[in-house]
Design a protein around this ligand. Structure first.
Ligand SMILES: C[S@@+](CC[C@H](N)C(=O)[O-])C[C@H]1O[C@@H](n2cnc3c(N)ncnc32)[C@H](O)[C@@H]1O
Length: 309
């Protein structure tokens, strides 16, 4: 009863209901909430603090930015779900907020797109600046093992390096990416490498357009830190993963290189081990192994997931 009362008190205010509705669309930073709500930072921070104390929100700090997410467990999680359901019916009141949210996201997506557009030709150099690339690739191959891969899916294939790495073991290989500029380079890279069974095409990690349970090996190599909704991308990958298949995710461990956000379009400064593990767990995946590689400027983590029994 006490938990419920404190959650109700935490939610019972107009701005806080708007915050709940906004965060139901995905995690946001304080700065983004300030921009959408059009209120001062101290005021918004105060609401967030009270909501955090009531268990309605989870907060995490990353470099100079603080992100908020709706709690989805316990009494406060159930209250959030019920409120979101009611708030979604009251479209008019929240319409302006959702429009602002959509335009903020569009701005960010455009920025990331133009980053890859501008840097496509130079990507192979940029991708190895912070990472012990050979070490990561050797570990990825080890995690996959010697077995034949019937269908390989490389999500956010970029210049197609993961296809080059795994396609020799695969009967069919597909790389998808939202950037045409990156795909053009990937096609040029794959040409002449005797990998005629490897193809790339325009596609979105949130809507793969592939059949359920159709892919044996799915790779996300240095992709999720660009993603607006990494958990959703993992959910979609889990949907198309074959029962005995594997998802390999290679990404940065938490770091504080803020300029990667400012200059290289990163949305997240790496991920905690447990953060990605939990997203996997809640979408029907189980973590097979976790590895950390320290040979580059930044630490790289590899999450190896299978489907739950
Ligand atoms: C850092 S690059 C990594 C490329 C590649 N995996 C590699 O190992 O070099 C990230 C790629 O993710 C792509 N990307 C970003 N958002 C995406 C989305 N929603 N769906 C598919 N690809 C996306 C970008 O266009 C970019 O090519």
């Amino acid at each position: 009863m006490n938990h419920l009362l404190s959650a109700l008190r935490g939610a019972g205010e107009a701005t806080r209901l708007r915050i709940i509705a906004l965060l139901s669309k995905g995690e946001l930073t304080v700065g983004e909430l300030v921009q959408i709500l059009d209120q001062s930072q101290p005021r918004v921070s105060r609401h967030l603090k009270l909501m955090g104390e009531a268990g309605l929100l989870n907060r995490f700090q990353e470099g100079t930015q603080v992100f908020y997410r709706l709690a989805n467990d316990g009494v406060a999680g159930s209250l959030n779900a019920a409120l979101v359901d009611i708030l979604e019916r009251d479209v008019e009141v929240l319409e302006g907020d959702i429009q602002s949210l959509v335009s903020i996201r569009q701005e960010r997506a455009d920025k990331a797109q133009s980053y890859f557009q501008e840097n496509a030709a130079d990507w192979n150099r940029l991708r190895s600046l912070y990472v012990a690339e050979e070490q990561v690739e050797a570990e990825l191959l080890k995690q996959q093992g010697q077995g034949q891969i019937r269908s390989l899916l490389d999500i956010g294939t970029g210049t197609g390096r993961m296809l080059e790495l795994f396609a020799p073991q695969a009967e069919q290989a597909l790389g998808i990416d939202v950037s045409r500029a990156m795909l053009n380079i990937a096609r040029a890279n794959l040409d002449g490498k005797d990998l005629g069974h490897a193809q790339v095409r325009l596609g979105d990690m949130y809507e793969l357009g592939l059949e359920e349970a159709s892919q044996d090996l799915i790779v996300f190599h240095q992709v999720l830190h660009f993603a607006e909704f990494p958990a959703r991308a993992l959910d979609e990958a889990g949907r198309v993963l074959a029962p005995e298949g594997k998802i390999l995710i290679a990404d940065f461990a938490p770091h504080e290189e803020e300029f990667l956000r400012d200059e290289h379009a990163h949305r997240r400064l790496g991920f905690e081990d447990g953060e990605i593990e939990q997203w996997g767990n809640s979408t029907g995946l189980k973590l097979n192994t976790l590895s950390h590689l320290d040979g580059g400027k930044l630490r790289v983590t590899i999450w190896n997931f299978g489907k739950k029994g």
